[in-house]
Design a protein around this ligand. Structure first.
Ligand SMILES: Nc1nc2c(c(=O)[nH]1)N[C@H]1C(S)=C(S)[C@@H](COP(=O)(O)O)O[C@H]1N2
Ligand SMILES: [Mo]
Length: 319
């Protein structure tokens, strides 16, 4: 099943199959040596250390779009990650020295299984999948990014939330020494995000640990970040160290900063404008200076998968 109806997509946005296959072969060839040493799928996701290390045993997904991904350069040099500065190239310039190992993730709140886990142990039960997704920032730019990640639904099920768990909350590392952007109070640190349990268990939601078949660059949120492609990019919290199952709706950073501009749901919606700009169209990064803006699609084009989550909800009030 393909997510996008081809009629919605211009021919120029589709990767030529040959280019795509060439790149896949390249990625696969590069991973063979590593894959034989590192354990296979039977042992779950084994993540090599360091940037640009090939990820082993990545399967494809029917949820991937057929649109052409942005270049590796676009994906890794045009970023938002305020912990490393507020300019688009700041994360690329400033996050290079960040050490994403050792890393641990605390799982707490209303769940049968909780605790603090080494990143490697946290990953073990899960399988790696490539998910090529559209990404739409609330600032009205967009990209197509070939993530590698694990199903968030699988993660949620693994920790066995109790019936009291209505939301899943996430937090980024809080460390102003390693994340110099946190020395300025541009946001309330640590960066916080959250989803309803229904959103978190939707098959489209992933925790990404890679792009382009390799480990996640620091500027993209190494070692692990959230990707929810039907929502504005700011929901995709980077550098996650805590996952909490909560009964109450968790406070989230951009909503704390400006509640009238950034809602909890943050579903991509061409009909609900940001108070300071239109959301009806978007600028596709990498399209060149004279590329026409693209119409923004409801739920970023993922309505078939997620629209039912919001049945009966007024999306103008719950933006
Ligand atoms: N911790 C943290 N996560 C974050 C951000 C941030 O500033 N800090 N920026 C968000 C925003 S606004 C966007 S658009 C996406 C950008 O992801 P990318 O740089 O990988 O494209 O990350 C999101 N996750
Ligand atoms: Mo964003």
């Amino acid at each position: 099943m393909l997510i996008n109806k081809p009629a919605d997509i211009r021919q120029s946005e589709i990767t030529s199959e040959q280019n795509y296959l060439n790149r896949r072969d390249f990625i696969r060839a590069g991973s063979i040596a590593g894959a034989s040493v590192l354990a296979g799928t039977a042992f779950g996701a084994v993540i090599p250390e360091g940037e640009r290390a090939k990820l082993p045993d990545v399967s494809k997904s029917a949820f991937s779009t057929i649109e052409a991904p942005n270049s590796y350069e676009d994906v890794t040099t045009y970023n938002n990650y305020y912990e490393f500065g507020t300019g688009k190239e700041d994360p690329y310039r400033n996050a290079g020295q960040f050490e994403s190992r050792p890393w641990s993730i605390t799982v707490d709140g209303h769940a049968e299984k909780t605790g603090t886990f080494h990143f490697e142990d946290f990953m073990k039960p899960f399988d790696l999948e490539e998910r090529i997704y559209r990404m739409r920032c609330v600032e009205a730019w967009s990209m197509v990014i070939p993530w590698v990640g694990i199903s968030l639904a699988d993660v949620v099920k693994h920790f066995q939330p109790t019936s009291s768990a209505k939301y899943v909350a996430f937090e980024t590392l809080n460390d102003p020494v390693r994340m110099p952007g946190q020395r300025r109070r541009v946001l309330e640190w640590p960066y916080k995000e959250g989803l309803t349990i229904a959103e978190a268990t939707n098959p489209l939601a992933i925790l990404a640990v890679g792009v382009y078949g390799e480990t996640l660059p620091n500027q993209n949120g190494a070692p692990i970040r959230l990707v929810v492609p039907w929502k504005y990019g700011f929901k995709g919290i980077k550098g996650i160290v805590r996952i909490s199952f909560t009964e109450e709706k968790p406070p989230v950073s951009w909503n704390i900063a400006a509640a009238n501009e950034y809602g909890f749901y943050a579903n991509v919606n061409p009909e609900v404008n940001h108070p300071r700009w239109s959301q009806a169209s978007e600028r596709a990064i990498g399209g060149g200076l004279f590329a026409p803006r693209k119409p923004t699609r409801m739920f970023n084009g993922y309505g078939e998968q997620v629209a039912h989550l919001y049945d009966g909800l007024d999306l103008r009030k719950n933006f």
